[in-house]
Ligand binder design. Structure first.
Ligand code: SF4
Ligand code: SF4
Length: 224
């Protein structure tokens, strides 16, 4: 485990079948991790698939209120928007509870866990000072995440992490190639965020779009 990870974690890496001390007893009146989050709750394509499907809204409609884009290392990514009157998540209700609990984004499901990607594998770590709730109890990570078809979900996350990491590195090394970077960003947004996913099989469709992105990158001379 590298030094930075060691500093923020409890020093262990967990698989999805492991038990970790993360259960905060239903938050008991706390909603601090849904407030003042700025642009940090970024959304991956599976999150957008879930939000658009469950709300019956298009991405464009979500962008009118609950979601916005931000730029991270040159990459344009969506995130949950804080409400305008008060810096809290747009989905936090009057009672301080998540109004989209059943289909909340991956980062919200994860908290206070973090993801570690290494050698094409995903493991988890506990962010040791992230959640102030006392006396947390142990829970199996797969149960904590509560995502159906976890194997496919984790495979998707590994591929998504690989693609975004590769694009970030490319952007950092080719900052002067503005036209190419703009073309990549437009394709990236269109393919993974702005084009609706079919109801049938998100993962199959994500694979198809990943292949299309790869062909596009190769056409620009950015092959893997
Ligand atoms: S900080 Fe911990 S206890 Fe508070 S809302 Fe977040 S997960 Fe729940
Ligand atoms: S989506 Fe739900 S869990 Fe996530 S920050 Fe918003 S209110 Fe909190």
């Amino acid at each position: 485990m590298d030094k930075d990870l060691l500093e923020i974690s409890d020093g262990k890496l967990y698989g999805n079948n492991d038990m970790a001390k993360v259960s905060c007893h239903d938050c008991a009146g706390c909603s601090s991790c849904c407030r003042d989050m700025g642009e940090s709750i970024w959304l991956d394509p599976y999150d957008i698939f879930q939000l658009t499907r469950n709300f019956g809204k298009t991405m464009e409609e979500l962008l009118a209120k609950e979601v916005e884009f931000h730029v991270e290392d040159g990459l344009i990514l969506p995130n949950i928007k804080m409400a305008e009157v008060e810096p809290k998540c747009s989905f936090l209700n009057e009672e301080g509870r998540c109004s989209i609990h059943a289909f909340r984004p991956g980062l919200c499901r994860l908290f206070p866990l973090g993801r570690n990607f290494e050698d094409g594998k995903l493991t988890y770590f506990v962010l040791k000072e992230a959640c102030p709730a006392p006396n947390k109890s142990k829970v199996k990570i797969s149960k904590w995440l509560g995502v159906p078809n976890l194997k496919s979900y984790e495979k998707f996350l590994v591929e998504w992490h690989g693609l975004t990491k590769r694009l970030r590195s490319y952007y950092a090394e080719h900052a002067e190639e503005e036209a190419v970077l703009k073309a990549i960003n437009m394709k990236f947004l269109q393919l993974f965020y702005l084009t609706a996913y079919s109801e049938d099989d998100f993962y199959q469709e994500f694979d198809k779009r990943t292949k299309e992105m790869e062909l596009f990158l190769c056409s620009l001379g950015v092959c893997q």
